[in-house]
Design a protein around this ligand. Structure first.
Ligand SMILES: NC(=O)c1ccc[n+]([C@@H]2O[C@H](COP(=O)([O-])OP(=O)(O)OC[C@H]3O[C@@H](n4cnc5c(N)ncnc54)[C@H](O)[C@@H]3O)[C@@H](O)[C@H]2O)c1
Length: 439
């Protein structure tokens, strides 16, 4: 890398890439935007406009990933934020052109492609960081510090819970980008590869076996008592009577926040413009009549890690925020949104015999808690060191090699859910690589 700053090319300038680019431009001493590509021109232009005024003219814009990647390398790092089904091709091409990559999760739509990218990055000696934002949060770093300090003794077992949140689930995993596992990836991969990654990172050892159950129980036509129009804007009932009423994108500020991630110009759109958009957009559909949604709204997994450490994991639409209990031979740790709201505190350690409870301090992140509990900011803040300062790819905060194991866990859990079998992960990975299993 020549420049003292790291130069960035944005590929797929949707919500995620724009977030990272905007944060990167808060550190203009460290980062410079040199190129942006999106099939929707206004999104690439938005990325260009994050650059300082005197550098905007130098940002090259492209109308697709393929067009940008047909040029010789024009940045140190490619930020790839296209949708789940289009990570593999641009990432492979970027690696071949000599880019290091910041790649959105999941690594790829299939496990086989994810493992291929892992191996290609290793072969070419490129750095690929995966956007597992939780690894960069003060919250999970505080938990990891407790585990590594030995305060809990030897870790024996844990329970982890990912509450997606009722509106978030409807927005993203019923109506939205990830409602169809066919078009995107299975729920346990699309959303919970973050959880698999953070559990692997916290436990500090590989997972060996998994089993799982889970279903789509609620967001189905069968849940409705009476027929009603498919488009919420055609309903005559009072707005919000149905909690997932899409008209709340207009009337309710906490719901409207989600609109900005999917509707171009949402910040300044009038009520009439949003209503028109809801008439044709997939976010305007009744959450119970989407037809193409198949993601489970609840799923449980049981996991066995090396050395016999066990854990349970629950994903549900009907809880808000993550929480975790980790049980060691000396003490237990309880942490997360539930404990923050209901006591004894966001992260606490209770010693088994004295029953003393220690509250663990969680540092307020520099960029505040906005954006994945400070993880978005933490990720961009670490990007410079990960790409430039640390000695090799293994020393990065999130390497593709580490993330690939999280993906093996997640895809194996999906296989367990579909088949009802207990899965041996080494065997599963071998079968996927040989083509015996199609994941
Ligand atoms: N790390 C996280 O916490 C997190 C959170 C949300 C989403 N994600 C992941 O980030 C990725 C992007 O999500 P998003 O919400 O930003 O989606 P998005 O739909 O807002 O962004 C994707 C962008 O890619 C563009 N695009 C599509 N085809 C293209 C092509 N051929 N060339 C160039 N651009 C193209 C689209 O126009 C769009 O602007 C997804 O894989 C998603 O799973 C990660």
């Amino acid at each position: 890398m020549s420049n003292t700053r790291i130069t960035l090319a944005g590929i797929g300038c949707g919500a995620r890439t724009r977030t990272y680019m905007k944060l990167a431009m808060e550190r203009p001493d460290r980062f410079q935007i040199t190129a942006a590509a999106d099939i929707v021109p206004v999104r690439a232009e938005q990325v260009r406009d994050y650059a300082p005024e005197n550098e905007r003219a130098g940002v090259r814009l492209f109308s697709s990933a393929a067009e940008l990647l047909a040029q010789p390398k024009m940045a140190d790092v490619a930020i790839i934020g296209t949708q789940d089904d289009y990570h593999f091709e641009p990432c492979k091409k970027a690696l071949e052109l000599g880019y290091d990559v910041l790649l959105e999760k999941p690594i790829a739509k299939t496990l086989r492609e994810a493992l291929e990218l892992r191996d290609l990055a290793a072969k070419l000696g490129r750095r690929v960081a995966i956007c597992h934002v939780l690894r960069y949060t003060p919250f999970y770093n505080a938990i990891r510090n407790v585990i590594q300090s030995g305060e809990l003794g030897e870790i024996i077992t844990f329970n982890a819970n990912e509450g997606v949140g009722a509106w978030h689930f409807g927005h993203s995993f019923v109506r939205g980008h990830w409602g169809s596992s066919i078009a995107s990836t299975p729920m346990i991969v699309a959303k919970c590869c973050h959880d698999m990654d953070i559990l692997y990172w916290l436990m500090g050892r590989k997972c060996e076996n998994v089993a799982s159950f889970g279903e789509l129980s609620f967001f189905r036509k069968e849940t409705l008592r009476e027929p009603r129009p498919v488009r919420c804007v055609d309903w005559t009932t009072p707005v919000g009577e149905d909690p997932w009423d899409a008209r709340k994108y207009i009337s309710d500020e906490s719901c409207r926040r989600w609109l900005r991630m999917v509707m171009d110009g949402a910040e300044t759109a009038t009520e009439e413009e949003i209503t028109e958009w809801l008439r044709t957009s997939k976010w305007g559909r009744d959450a119970f009549q989407c037809e193409d949604n198949d993601q489970p709204d609840h799923q449980v997994a049981i996991m066995r890690f090396m050395g016999g450490l066990t854990g349970t994991f629950t994903m549900t639409a009907f809880e808000e925020g993550r929480h975790i209990e980790i049980y060691g031979t000396k003490a237990k740790l309880r942490a997360g949104a539930f404990y923050k709201d209901n006591g004894p505190g966001e992260i606490t350690v209770t010693e088994h015999f004295s029953k003393t409870i220690r509250k663990v301090e969680v540092e307020e992140p520099d960029g505040g808690y906005a954006g994945h509990g400070g993880g978005d900011w933490g990720l961009v803040d670490s990007l410079y060191d990960d790409m430039r300062t640390v000695p090799d790819a293994d020393a990065m905060t999130t390497s593709i090699a580490a993330s690939a194991h999280s993906h093996v866990i997640a895809f194996a859990i999906e296989h367990a859910r579909r088949t009802g079998e207990v899965i041996d992960l080494a065997e599963f990975e071998r079968k996927v690589l040989s083509g015996e299993l199609n994941y």
